[in-house]
Design a protein around this ligand. Structure first.
Ligand SMILES: Nc1nc2c(c(=O)[nH]1)N[C@H]1C(S)=C(S)[C@@H](COP(=O)(O)O)O[C@H]1N2
Ligand SMILES: [Mo]
Length: 272
């Protein structure tokens, strides 16, 4: 791949902050507390839970197992997505390894994370397809869910791979309240670093895979800055280019989002 990367015009930090403030002002934003109460509504089947709510819960939790037909096929997603769904999206997982087989991974790729950030100041914004802010989250909103640990192979398009252990929250757990909010999630999810310098486009089906984590731990310890602190994506079903470090924005999108390496000649899906 010998393409010269195009320079993307970049918004100044100030302009971006102003744009976000304007978006926040015009749209209702879930506070972390509101978000957590939504999460509880979605995930706890208390005494008052109706049969319908319980069915909804089962639907969210058991999607891959119930009948082994992934939603993406039922809902008539595009051929491309259906093809890889047959490989892994239908509940099939990428191989996992013994915890003892994993070790610390090298730092690779620093787009959007060159400067250290104040982790206490970090927050992650969630945006709807219309560009409005739906929620803003502290790390505690993510760690509130069950922690999943997985020891999997991380494969880089540069040709190396490394067995590594991630700890984090299933993206599917985290977005359940947004699924309720939006009715059905749009087909795509865009993820960006806080400065917008690195950005990844994902199909929603891949995001909902049980091995797709919002990861906050690597090898049993909180992520270091150059590995994407405080929160990054981890999935063994895609090449490493998709595992964006330091997520600042998650946007649901009806259109296929732009993708840093996709724009530079790599396959947009980068499916393994
Ligand atoms: N923000 C950001 N995330 C990124 C990259 C990057 O340059 N910037 N590089 C990607 C690539 S190519 C790989 S292989 C992995 C490497 O993750 P690591 O540094 O934790 O090993 O991060 C991915 N996520
Ligand atoms: Mo990579």
């Amino acid at each position: 791949m010998s393409k010269i990367p195009k320079r993307t015009p970049r918004e100044s930090d100030e302009a971006r902050a102003q744009r976000y403030a304007a978006l926040d002002a015009e749209s209702p934003t879930l506070t972390p507390a509101e978000y957590r109460s939504q999460s509880r509504r979605s995930f706890l089947t208390g005494a008052v839970a109706s049969v319908a709510a319980f069915a909804g819960f089962r639907h969210l939790q058991g999607r891959p197992e119930i009948d082994n037909i992934p939603d993406v096929l039922r809902k008539g997603h595009e051929f491309n997505e259906a093809v890889w769904s047959n490989v892994r999206g239908s509940g099939g997982n990428a191989p996992t390894f013994a915890r003892s087989a994993s070790s610390m991974i090298r730092v690779n790729g620093r787009h959007g994370i060159r400067d250290e950030i104040d982790l206490d100041q970090w927050s992650m914004r969630v945006e709807g397809p219309d560009g409005r802010t739906l929620g803003r989250h502290a790390l505690a909103d993510v760690t509130a869910f069950d922690k999943v640990e997985m020891t999997v192979e991380h494969k880089c398009i540069e040709g190396w791979s490394h067995v590594v252990t991630w700890g984090g929250t299933r993206f599917s757990d985290f977005v359940a309240p947004y699924e309720d909010l939006l009715g059905e999630l749009p087909k795509y999810v865009a993820l960006e670093t806080p400065d917008g310098a690195y950005y990844v486009g994902m199909d929603t089906a891949s995001m909902m895979h049980q091995q797709t984590l919002l990861a906050y731990e690597l090898e049993g310890a909180p992520l270091e800055q150059l590995h994407g602190a405080p929160l990054r994506l981890a999935t063994p079903n895609k090449y490493g280019i998709k595992t964006i470090k330091r997520i600042g924005l998650i946007r649901f999108s009806d259109e296929r989002p732009r993708d840093y390496w996709g724009e530079r000649g790599y396959d947009w899906y980068a499916q393994l």
